[in-house]
Design a protein around this ligand. Structure first.
Ligand SMILES: [Fe+2]
Ligand SMILES: [Fe+2]
Length: 189
């Protein structure tokens, strides 16, 4: 499927604001792939489609889990904010004919991160956070680090921010995020 066709299809799946976010992530991921030297086309597609399952109904999630035999963990269950990345990695194959494992993995791990991420996984994870319309406190620092070539520092800062936020709000932490954070930190010591 061509990129323009993907955009048309995605329009049927996402509300306007999320669609614009998807275009922005795609654009940012291409810029980052020029800086960090990963595959521009893969970054463009993964960025565009990363949130394709974000607005699935409970029924659509259920159908997808059954159809692809997906095992969600107990944090992902009944939590589309976490599960849309895992579900999305199957939907891009089904709906957009994207079979490339680098792309599907970048989508699968864009919410939590993971240990030992590929360059594309890192680029999509951070592009999702720093795309031009994002304006949470601390985003400028993340953006600056990322565009200055300090991707690892940006990732560590972002994992730390996420973990602090989750603790401050008394929410559960996904173990993949803790592992992602520890992995980067121990590599830099
Ligand atoms: Fe997402
Ligand atoms: Fe996103």
């Amino acid at each position: 499927m061509k990129y323009e066709q993907m955009k048309e299809k995605l329009k049927e799946m996402l509300p306007e604001r999320r669609l614009q976010h998807s275009f922005n992530v795609s654009k940012c991921a291409v810029e980052l792939s020029k800086i960090y030297g990963c595959d521009e086309n893969k970054a463009k597609i993964a960025g565009l489609l990363h949130d394709c399952a974000k607005y699935f109904t409970d029924e659509q999630v259920e159908d997808c889990i059954k159809k692809f035999n997906i095992k969600l963990d107990h944090l992902e269950e009944n939590n589309i904010a976490l599960s849309h990345s895992v579900i999305g990695s199957y939907i891009v194959k089904e709906v957009f004919n994207v079979e490339d494992k680098e792309i599907t993995d970048a989508i699968k791990y864009h919410t939590t991160g993971k240990e030992n991420m590929s360059l594309l996984e890192k680029v999509i994870y951070i592009a999702d956070l720093i795309e031009e319309d994002r304006n949470f406190s601390g985003v400028k620092e993340l953006r600056d680090l990322t565009y200055e070539g300090k991707l690892e520092e940006a990732l560590l800062m972002s994992f730390n921010n996420t973990i602090k936020f989750v603790i401050d709000n008394n929410q559960l932490i996904h173990s993949r995020t803790v592992k992602a954070r520890n992995y980067i930190l121990s590599k830099s010591m």
